[in-house]
Design a protein around this ligand. Structure first.
Ligand SMILES: [Zn+2]
Ligand SMILES: [Zn+2]
Length: 205
């Protein structure tokens, strides 16, 4: 587990205050914002004839599925990266470990809208170069996956499981928080934990 000193935490909180709007997050902003970006991208792609409805059934699911892998890899290798220097430690703390310290804080559960828009813009450029006009359906899939993941994460920390069949999902993420920080990296599903062998033990003492 990342060892973070009290001074680092104080520093990070000071940096967060300085960054202001860059770290300010709210589901009431990000959900309508990202849904509008999804709708806008699809509308631009379809109305210009760059993508057609026949591609919906596979390009959007491909984007959502790709997101689940990104979610896993990002959480496992970036958010829990063992930084060696102080700047790295502060960055990792601010990105994720702060959420482990304050799991229910609303302002640490979604991306800040400004950061979100910058990342989506960069992703648009990257995927446009890679797959051309398919980006108008593939990227909405990725954004939808991100939004679903963030919302599931938010709901896990804020509410009890509404249905019994969802209990394992709550348990999976709570085990990551409170028992095994090196396991259970998937939040929206344990799928990639099965694939990469990071499932927490079934029987717990
Ligand atoms: Zn974590
Ligand atoms: Zn969490």
């Amino acid at each position: 587990m990342q060892s973070v000193t009290q001074e680092t935490k104080v520093d990070v909180n000071r940096i967060r205050k300085m960054l202001g709007i860059l770290v300010w997050t709210s589901p009431a902003i990000i959900i309508p914002l990202d849904l509008s970006i999804i709708a806008g991208l699809i509308w631009v792609g379809v109305s210009n004839g760059w993508v057609n409805f026949a591609s919906f059934w596979w390009l959007i699911p491909a984007g959502i599925f790709s997101w689940t892998l990104v979610e896993y890899l990002m959480h496992r290798f970036a958010f829990h990266f063992e930084a060696q220097n102080e700047t790295g430690k502060k960055l990792i703390y601010m990105l994720h470990i702060i959420h482990h310290d304050h799991p229910t804080d609303s302002d640490k559960l979604y991306q800040p809208p400004l950061v979100n828009v910058v990342i989506i813009t960069l992703l648009f450029g990257f995927f446009y170069l890679l797959i051309g006009n398919w980006v108008y359906l593939f990227l909405p899939g990725i954004i939808f996956g991100y939004l679903a993941y963030s919302t599931i994460h938010y709901v896990i920390h804020k509410f009890k499981p509404p249905f019994a069949f969802l209990k394992p999902l709550w348990r999976h993420h709570n085990l990551h928080h409170y028992r095994f920080q090196d396991k259970a990296f998937g939040v929206s599903s344990p799928f990639w934990d099965y694939i990469f062998g990071t499932m927490p033990p079934k029987e717990l003492k």
